[in-house]
Design a protein around this ligand. Structure first.
Ligand code: 1CP
Length: 352
């Protein structure tokens, strides 16, 4: 946490300041899924690419869609355009994206299925992602930080085991209950591969990392330590040993009352809070010594108007003077009018 990781930020990238222990105001701002279907220029590049995965694996086009929201809104950070399911795809569990339907994988539901996964095979596909990062570091404005990312082992496992997104992640949870030692092998493999993947992104030019645990909230508290906290803690420990100055943000979505324990046990430098996290709880997280990121409801960006303004002001007032990064509680949704994003960014930047 801060006492271990604070160091001067050798760049002029304001986004990094709260993560190194220094509050800055107005707070830095970026948005989860800031590249995406709400932008007409994204839809055009996506169409040119043909499929979602060809977009992810084309360094030129993936860099282009990463830059699009930076050109429009001058966010303080860009996030590499890729997906958390690149990891299973590169391991050999082919991922398909059906338009409008989300990802589809051939499910792995027991230990024997792990034989089909090959960490040695990830090089070619990971190499394309690292090339995107390299291009981005060259093309981004000097003051814009670049965030690399991956899915947390638990969340990636929910897709690998379920074969698609699900409302309750029942397939992964039931393997974990039925055969914890077999499921542990899948988690351990994802820890190893994800550390290499993130380390490669740092070597290629990422300034900070975010680990997305979008389904952390589906586990009861007696399972949360083993499948959410432990894998993330090990990843943070290994990444810090290799890249001591590179801050790591955790996003244990839905973790609620277990979030403080997540922060202390994993030693992340920042925690991204979902929409349901009370602002008073976000202040308590700051008091643990981490930067706090969040947590506007993405639906307010669709609604716009005074309801949007009011909540932006409430969040800013609650977090003023803290190590805070303005963001959403989850990703931007496709119906978001781009001008509502402009309105919000201006309001955050004008806040004194
Ligand atoms: O063009 C399209 O139609 C594809 C939509 C899309 C996009 C724009 C998908 C499919 N992934 C992405 C990009 C993406 N995904 C980014 C890029 C950078 C940015 O934020 O701008 C990132 C960080 C992600 C991460 C991701 N993918 C998460 C974690 C964050 C979250 O939203 O909870 C998850 C769960 C995924 C899986 C995924 N990929 C795509 C979809 C539709 C989904 C969700 C599937 C489901 O659960 O049903």
């Amino acid at each position: 946490m801060v006492s271990d990781t604070t160091r001067p930020n050798p760049t002029n990238r304001r986004f990094l300041e709260p993560l190194h222990g220094n509050p800055v105001w107005p707070p830095p701002i970026w948005l989860m899924r800031q590249a995406g279907r709400y932008l007409p220029e994204y839809r055009a590049t996506r169409e040119e690419a043909g499929s979602f995965l060809s977009l992810c694996y084309s360094p030129k086009m993936a860099a282009e869609v990463t830059l699009q929201p930076i050109r429009r809104y001058a966010f303080d950070a860009a996030i590499l355009f890729a997906d958390i399911l690149i990891v299973p795809d590169a391991l050999g569990q082919a991922v398909g994206f059906e338009t409008g339907e989300g990802p589809r994988l051939d499910p792995i539901t027991e230990e024997a299925g792990l034989k089909g996964l090959d960490p040695e095979a990830t090089g070619e596909k990971f190499g394309l992602i690292f090339e995107t990062v390299q291009r981005l570091r060259q093309d981004l404005p000097g003051e814009t930080a670049l965030i690399g990312f991956c899915g947390a082992p638990w969340t990636v496992a929910t897709y690998m085991v379920g074969g698609q997104g699900s409302p309750d992640q029942a397939a992964a949870r039931s393997w974990a209950y039925r055969d914890p030692s077999g499921f542990q092998k899948l988690i351990d493999l994802l820890v190893d591969v994800s550390v290499e993947y993130l380390s490669g992104q740092v070597k290629a030019g990422a300034d900070a990392l975010q680990i997305f645990d979008s389904w952390a909230g589906s586990l009861p508290d007696n399972e949360f330590g083993r499948w959410v906290i432990d894998p993330t803690r090990v990843m943070v420990e290994r990444l810090k040993a290799r890249h001591p100055g590179v801050p790591i943000i955790g996003f244990p979505r839905g973790a609620g009352g277990s979030t403080a324990e997540f922060v202390t046990a994993t030693e992340v430098d920042g925690v991204s809070c979902d929409t349901a996290m009370p602002l008073c709880a976000m202040r308590e997280l700051d008091e643990l010594g981490v930067a706090v990121q969040g947590n506007l409801d993405p639906l307010l960006l669709v609604t716009g108007g005074e309801a949007l303004d009011r909540r932006v002001d409430e969040i800013l007032a609650a977090m003023k003077g803290r190590r805070f990064i303005f963001n959403l509680g989850h990703g931007i949704t496709p119906p978001t009018p781009p001008e509502n994003v402009t309105r919000m960014v201006e309001r955050v930047r004008r806040s004194g």
